[in-house]
Design a protein around this ligand. Structure first.
Ligand code: ATP
Length: 228
């Protein structure tokens, strides 16, 4: 329940989710609990700007996210990028959240430490920090990255030692949170499925069941010969 006067805090996790797996879900849960987030929105992208097109269409990836987060308090599938034409730029997604949730809501854009290194190359990075906080999910004892002067300039004066300081402002701060990062990637899940091998326990059973039932990621085709 939201206490009176307390800022509403919302985590935002964008991704291709092709398909969603435990490497997305567990860090999201740990960050929700560490920051006391009211919600975490999972935002599958329609057309990713920086990479090849996803294997499955947006509506399928969204359905799998929906199945994965079912029953988890505050976890919400947010389909706003799915209908948008052209590349899904994060800054435009944040503008749409700001318009919907108002100036006072705390928006926390969650990203991995690797993606964070590339932040200066994102579309309108300064606006991104005007619209949201950045929460960097780090593995314990993650090695220090190479020097990155563009990133240093972008985040100068914004880094908070304590994640609790994020709730004092709606946007503009950067913090690092240690999470259990599981060495799982959607690429590895797709490779298993392409080889007709089971990805079970890398993703929720409900997601695996739907992949088999609906013959996603070429599952039936790849199994031919193994079951016959
Ligand atoms: P792919 O292998 O297809 O590139 P992916 O598994 O990296 O996909 P994305 O949908 O691209 O998944 O990732 C969405 C978000 O989740 C990104 O911010 C990414 O850094 C983060 N993420 C993905 N996998 C992990 C993981 N194993 N642990 C922590 N964060 C992860």
């Amino acid at each position: 329940m939201l206490c009176p006067g307390r800022r509403r805090m919302i985590g935002l996790l964008g991704g291709t989710f092709d398909p969603v797996h435990h490497g997305h879900l567990r860090p999201a849960l740990e960050i929700r609990d560490r920051l006391g987030l009211d919600e975490v929105r999972f935002i599958p992208c329609g057309q990713p700007p920086h990479r090849s097109q996803p294997r499955e269409p947006a509506r399928v990836r969204a359905l799998l996210v929906q199945l994965a987060i079912q029953g988890e308090a505050g976890f919400i599938m947010d389909g706003r990028e799915l209908e948008r034409q052209g590349p899904s730029y994060t800054v435009e997604t944040l503008e749409s959240f700001r318009a919907e949730l108002g100036e006072e809501a705390g928006l926390c854009w969650i990203m991995g430490a690797d993606a964070f290194q590339g932040l200066p190359e994102w579309h309108r990075p300064k606006d991104l920090l005007r619209l949201a906080h950045i929460v960097v999910a780090q593995r314990p004892q993650e090695a220090s990255p190479h020097p990155n002067p563009a990133l240093d300039r972008l985040i100068r004066g914004r880094v908070c030692d304590s994640p609790d300081m994020l709730a004092q402002a709606p946007a503009g701060r950067v913090t690092f949170i240690e999470v259990t990062r599981l060495a799982i990637s959607a690429t590895a899940v797709r490779a298993l499925l392409a080889a007709g091998r089971s990805p079970r326990f890398l993703l929720p059973d409900r997601v695996w069941d739907a992949i088999r039932r609906q013959e996603l990621y070429g599952w039936r085709e790849n199994m031919r010969g193994k079951i016959e």
